[in-house]
Design a protein around this ligand. Structure first.
Ligand code: IMP
Ligand code: MG
Length: 183
């Protein structure tokens, strides 16, 4: 795609570089779906998408999972308009489904400091699921605060602020179909 011409979705901002194209994303999401399908034994699998950032990734991912699943969401408070994590994590929407005895796969867009995920994992573990694993599309590998392993990772992301494919900056750019860093 031509990024030298103005993309009306970018609010006048310019792409510094496209980090993951649509094709690369689709290919990796297919692989992740296959990994997840192969990983889980029998039993109920609940795929929990962490909103809002995971909404596009989740919708593509679940269609690549070749076993029965249920899908629900978690809403946690986030960065707001800032690009720095506050570490203040609150649950704004809690899944209505019973978690006890189920395999839970928590789907996240990107692991940065890992604060959000650590808090959420603590909350989920307390509900006695059969297992809880994390699937993150992107991992910046600077997560000093994540006390849980990330079982499924799409890409090792560069330490740049990324937008698109669900990732936002001040709620903008979530609908851009590729992942880019902006100038
Ligand atoms: P953490 O608690 O610091 O790991 O924050 C993770 C959350 O911050 C993610 O779910 C994203 O919503 C947001 N975030 C972290 N890095 C980026 C980025 O590069 N672009 C957009 N959002 C990001
Ligand atoms: Mg998020």
């Amino acid at each position: 795609m031509n990024t030298s011409t103005a993309d009306p979705r970018l609010l006048g901002r310019k792409v510094r570089r496209i980090v993951y194209t649509e094709d690369i994303l689709a290919q990796r999401v297919r692989e992740l779906g296959a990994e997840i399908t192969a990983y889980y034994p029998e039993g109920d699998l609940l795929v929990l998408g962490l909103l809002k950032g995971s909404f596009i990734f989740l919708s593509d991912l679940v269609r690549e999972i070749g076993r029965p699943i249920h899908v629900d969401f978690l809403v946690a408070s986030s960065y707001g308009d800032r690009t720095v994590s506050s570490g203040n994590v609150r649950l704004l929407y809690d899944p209505e489904t019973e978690l006890e005895g189920k395999h839970i796969l928590l789907v996240e867009d990107i692991v940065d400091t890992g604060r959000t995920l650590s808090r959420l994992m603590d909350l989920l573990q307390a509900r006695k699921p059969r297992s809880v694993e994390i699937c993150a599309l992107l991992h910046k590998h600077i997560a000093t605060e994540l006390r849980y392993p990330t079982r499924f990772i799409g890409f090792d992301a560069p330490n740049e602020f990324l937008v698109g494919y669900g990732l936002d900056h001040a709620e903008n750019f979530r609908h851009i179909p590729y992942i880019a860093s902006l100038q």
